[in-house]
Structures are given as C-alpha cells and as structure tokens.
Design a protein around this ligand. Structure first.
Ligand code: NDP
Length: 252
C-alpha cells in the first residue's frame, strides 16, 4: 500500500506540524467563532465550513481503510467504528445542532482543515488497516482496553460539553453566556479536554505513532485556543467563576 519508510516520514511530518501549530496559535488566534476578525479573505456559512472541513476525515479515512490488507479483521474494524463514531458526529450532526445563524468561517480556515483532515485520516487509516495490530488477542490487552475506555470517556465529555454550549442559546440570540455544570464546574473548555482525552485513548488503543501524533496535534491545537477562550471569558464576564481553570482541572 505504501512503503514503510515513506509512511514513517509522513508521521514525522505530523509531529512537526503539531509543534508548528502550537507556536503559531500562541501568536495568532484561529479566526472563527468568538475570535473571528476581518482581513482573512472570503468566508462561507459556518455550518458548511464545518461539514466541508471535516468531510475528508470520514471519506478519505474510509477510502484508505478499505484498500488496506486487514480491512476485514475484527481489531481494525473496531478502530474503524470508533473513528467514524467521532467523525460522523463532528461532520454531519454537530454542524446542524449549533446555533450560529448567519455566522461565517474564513475559507482559509476551511482549506487548512481539509488539508489537515486528509493527511491525518490517511496516516491513521493506513496504520489500522495495514500496519497495525490484527490479532484478536490485542483486544484483551491493557493498551486496547484502557485506550477504548479513555476514548469513550473523552467522547462523552466533549459531546455533553458541546451540548451544554448549544443549550445556552436555546432562548434565541447569538450572545455568549457563562456555561455551568458538568465539566464547566472545573474548566472553561471541557469540550476541548474531552477531545484530547479521546485521541489519547485512540493513540493507546491503536498503539501507533500516527495516533500519538494526532493526540499531540490535538493538544497543540486546542490548548492555545482554550487559553484564548479562558481569557476572553474573564475579560467579558465580571462574575466569571474565579476558580475555574482554562483546560486542566485545578492546574491550568
Ligand atoms: P467552541 O467552544 O468555541 O464553540 C462551540 C459552539 O458553541 C459554537 O457554536 C459556539 O458559538 C457556541 N458557544 C461557545 N461558547 C458559548 C457560550 N459561552 N455561549 C453561547 N454559545 C457558545 O468550540 P469550537 O467551535 O472551537 O469547536 C467545536 C468542537 O470541535 C469542539 O468540541 C472541539 O473539541 C472540536 N475541535 C477539535 C479540534 C481538533 O484539533 N481535534 C479543532 C477544533 C475544534 P460561536 O461559533 O458563535 O462562537
């Protein structure tokens, strides 16, 4: 399917991309949602931005996966289901739940998302259907069991935290409110924390450098954004809970 040394090179690029993303996002806040600013060129409706940006994670992943030598083995199929659980939600459900009427997303953000998701889907799908573990006994080993548990905990945390934010606008309007309850008792961005836990679980369960690179990338992408959100809340709400951290409970 792909030469192993070329594949390893691709995974190394993903680690490098993660580091570059972190340092870029500590300087520039990604211009979408509450941080949108002018000067980023043409834009398109926010919902469609999400669908287009995330679509390669569903389609490219499935395409590459079904070309793999181990596509019908139980362990790769179980990884396939976990991946698609997340990305079907993110691509086809989340964009139609959010209440962001008339909001826009810069095309440049969408294109960067498409490029990232295509590359990331490729390296992860190649691993699970071609190079990764296939023996049924893998499912009784600690990394698989612990990784799947982490993945599910992270998924529940991020989906339930997304739902809390979406409910804040159930009365209408486009204003921001202070989210409360659930993970918001501890941190400003439990949705991001859940996403990070989830991909750490993926890295462990698949026992792959591709999974680890994605988990590291997710931290590098979402940690600076969580810090930006946290500062934004503190600046805009005088009564913002003082003991709430940005993303790591009790610490940060
Ligand atoms: P945000 O938390 O910024 O926003 C999520 C939605 O909730 C948006 O529709 C937003 O509206 C709305 N919202 C947020 N805060 C409030 C508030 N205080 N009051 C009312 N409405 C609010 O998340 P993102 O848009 O950055 O990300 C969405 C999801 O995608 C998250 O679950 C995240 O984990 C995931 N993601 C994953 C990435 C990865 O690298 N794996 C990268 C980026 C996102 P508005 O648009 O108007 O701000």
């Amino acid at each position: 399917m792909i030469d192993r040394s070329v594949y390893n090179g691709c995974v190394t690029v993903m680690f490098a991309l993660a580091i570059a993303t972190y340092f870029t996002l500590r300087k520039i806040t990604a211009p979408y949602g509450r941080h949108i600013t002018s000067g980023w060129g043409p834009s398109l409706p926010n919902r469609w931005g999400w669908v287009i940006m995330e679509l390669p994670a569903v389609v490219v992943f499935a395409f590459v996966y079904f070309k793999g030598a181990h596509r019908l083995a139980v362990v790769p199929v179980s990884f396939f289901c976990l991946w698609q659980l997340h990305y079907v939600y993110r691509t086809f459900i989340f964009p139609w739940l959010i209440r962001t009427a008339n909001k826009k997303m810069p095309v440049v953000i969408v294109l960067l998302g498409v490029a990232f998701n295509t590359f990331n889907a490729f390296i992860n799908a190649v691993w699970i259907s071609h190079f990764g573990p296939t023996a049924l006994s893998w499912m009784w080993r600690v990394p698989f069991i612990a990784g799947v548990i982490l993945f599910i905990i992270g998924f529940i945390l991020h989906v339930s935290s997304d739902a809390t934010l979406i409910k804040l606008r159930s009365a209408g309007g486009q204003e921001y409110h202070i989210p409360r309850g659930g993970g918001y008792r501890f941190v400003s961005c439990p949705n991001y924390l859940g996403e990070i836990i989830q991909w750490m679980g993926w890295a462990l369960a698949t026992f792959s450098l591709a999974g680890l690179a994605f988990a590291v990338y997710t931290v590098c992408n979402l940690l600076p954004r969580a810090l930006d959100h946290h500062r934004w809340y503190q600046k805009n709400f005088a009564d913002y809970p003082r003991r709430r951290m940005a993303m790591i409970p009790f610490l940060w």
